[in-house]
Design a binder for this molecule. Structure first.
Ligand code: MRU
Length: 366
């Protein structure tokens, strides 16, 4: 996508051999490209959320393997790189998916050939993510077109989204945002309600930044506003992303997604999840009981960071000193609350039979 006239992906190999990323902890106040030089740089970038979003976590892990193997391509080096990266974040399945792809392809090769093969594969994983998201965009665009056709001419289709499942969360296009960008590009009026997404504010900081740079009309709302908007007929559909969707269609995504799905259900608002197939975990059936939910540090809840009036970036405490805090990063929306899964192969019912019919090769491999 374009930033100030220049086209960017979120991760790329730089000419000097490092891997370049956009530091998402600095957005929306500063746009900074950071170089990852070592395996550990890649692991820390995922842990500290300089890169985040399930597909981008997967792509960064693949490039982390490359950086690791360029230093040590032995069997021990391959195992150590995998082990370091797989521990970085627990919930997004794209991480393990990407690492498994790389390990399976490299293990049979002579050590001397591994680094080059890993770089080819990391490039393929990143390129494939762009293609998958573009396909998701085209299928989601059909949904938006249908809704637009039922509205008075020029009336906007109002989409609510949670967290950031935009191009910053992927290699390009985004999952939830791909249909929105495509609709906007073809002249369909779309307006986006952007949940702020406490505690890390990925909606307020990242989704709003993306949409603004692309000229898509949007309004940031506090997290608890969605139900009210839906009761007043101000949301035509919800589109969110996912960190892991089960074989039965349960959807794990950023904390608060479940409450949006409940509100959508109660108000008859369609609730869609946009996802590339690497976000489906065919080994898991019961999302609530089986998906590990990341618990993050208290400081994300007790403190907020933003731009002070004098232009300095400031962090302030918002809770009383000593109040205990819980910080669950994700929740699970049961399949029964999901209207449909917008995948690269079309809109699929959130149910085991429908997912198995759409992705038979993935079921066989699981
Ligand atoms: O904690 P984050 O910022 O990595 O969480 C991101 C999300 O929850 C996204 O919705 C999800 O990864 C899908 S990204 C296309």
């Amino acid at each position: 996508m374009k930033v100030d006239g220049n086209s960017y992906r979120t991760i790329w190999r730089a000419d000097n051999g490092s891997v370049a990323i956009i530091d998402q902890t600095r957005l929306p106040h500063a746009f900074e490209v950071v170089a990852l030089v070592t395996l550990d740089d890649a692991a820390v970038a995922i842990e500290t959320m300089q890169v985040r979003g399930a597909p981008l976590i997967g792509a960064t892990a693949a490039w982390g393997m490359v950086l690791g193997l360029e230093r040590d391509s032995s069997d021990a080096g391959l195992a150590a790189a995998y082990d370091r990266l797989v521990r970085t974040r627990p919930t997004a399945i794209n991480l393990r998916w990407a690492l498994d792809q790389v390990r399976a392809a490299l293990a049979p090769l002579p050590a001397a050939e591994r680094a080059l093969a890993a770089a080819r594969l990391a490039t393929e994983i990143a390129d494939e993510d762009v293609e998958l998201n573009a396909a998701i965009g085209r299928h989601g665009l059909d949904l938006i077109r249908t809704i637009a056709a039922d509205k008075p001419a020029g009336a906007p289709v109002r989409v609510l989204t949670h967290c950031n499942a935009g191009w910053l969360a992927t290699v390009d296009w985004g999952t939830a945002t791909a249909p929105i960008y495509m609709a906007h590009n073809e002249g369909i009026a779309v307006e986006v309600w952007v949940d702020e997404t406490r505690p890390r504010n990925q909606g307020a900081a990242l989704t709003a930044w993306e949409l603004g740079h692309h000229g898509v009309p949007h309004t940031v709302v506090p997290d608890n506003t969605g139900g009210h908007l839906m009761q007043h007929g101000l949301v035509d559909l919800v589109i969110v992303g996912t960190d892991r969707t089960t074989a039965t269609g349960d959807v794990c995504n950023k904390i608060g997604t479940y409450l949006k799905a409940l509100a959508a259900h109660d108000n008859g608002v369609p609730f869609y999840v946009a996802l590339p197939s690497p976000s489906i975990d065919f080994t898991v059936a019961d999302g609530v009981r089986e998906i590990p939910i990341e618990q993050r540090g208290a400081r994300e809840v007790t403190h907020m960071t933003g731009l002070a009036d004098d232009g300095r970036i400031e962090t302030v405490q918002i809770t009383p000193a000593g109040s205990p805090v819980a910080n669950y990063a994700f929740d699970v929306t049961p399949a029964r609350l999901v209207t449909g899964l917008i995948t690269e192969r079309g809109v699929v019912r959130a149910a085991r039979d429908a997912l198995a019919a759409a992705f038979p090769e993935r079921v066989a491999a699981a």
